[in-house]
Design a protein around this ligand. Structure first.
Ligand code: CA
Length: 224
């Protein structure tokens, strides 16, 4: 079982890696947010363990980006006992959090727990109201009828459907659907979102909402 350990404190990272190895995990260390993004793009991990304080950016922003790139369960390590940080961690896509200092046994228990939950919760099918997506098969249906989407529309939808109601930034969507870092003027995400929005609104009655200055989210479906 592989774990990506995103931690800039070298001694702490080494010590945790040793403990994880003893517990049967195969840890890899990333010491910056950029390194973490790079690694997650290259391969998949069973668990992501992300420190909130990183030298090249906030762990919260990283968490949001990683969430758009992978389904792997993510445990955020916060340095502070701050309720706001915990809330931000969970809102940005972390499955759980742990405040420093923590006991290794608690860390291991939480890693096992999020992994277990993840396996029970996440089938290969994503659902939002009448809309269902088979990510591996690249197939979408609305109430049983096939929904034809372009490649990029499908990629965007598959990301947004991982967590209906959660806001994904343009950068995160671009990264997930186009697969490269892009911080320029291009409105390729907006254009594709607009087309996708029309299709799913018409076919499934689901709103794809723009959140001003942030990004986009799939409106949570009304309760059945
Ligand atoms: Ca740190």
């Amino acid at each position: 079982m592989t774990v990506l350990l995103v931690e800039d404190h070298r001694e702490l990272a080494q010590w945790l890696a040793t403990e994880l190895r003893h517990a049967g995990w195969a840890p890899e260390i990333a010491s910056t947010a950029a390194d973490a993004r790079h690694r997650v793009r290259q391969r998949s991990y069973d668990v992501l363990l992300v420190d909130i304080g990183l030298p090249d950016g906030d762990g919260i922003a990283l968490c949001r980006d990683l969430r758009a790139m992978t389904d792997a369960p993510l445990l955020m390590v916060t340095a502070r006992q701050d309720v706001e940080d915990r809330v931000r961690a969970l809102d940005s896509g972390a499955d759980d959090y742990l405040a420093k200092p923590f006991a290794v046994d608690e860390l291991l228990a939480r890693m096992r727990a999020i992994r277990r939950r993840h396996h029970h919760d996440d089938g290969p099918i994503l659902e939002c109201g009448p809309l269902r997506v088979w990510v591996e098969e690249r197939r979408a249906e609305v109430a049983g009828a096939p929904l034809a989407l372009s490649r990029r529309e499908f990629d965007l939808l598959a990301v947004l459907m991982r967590h209906p109601g959660r806001v994904y930034t343009r950068e995160a969507l671009l990264e997930a659907a186009w697969g490269y870092d892009f911080y320029g003027e291009s409105n390729v995400v907006d254009v594709t979102v607009r087309r996708l929005r029309g299709r799913i609104a018409e076919a499934a009655g689901i709103e794809l909402e723009a959140v001003r200055g942030v990004g986009y989210r799939l409106a949570s479906p009304p309760p059945p």
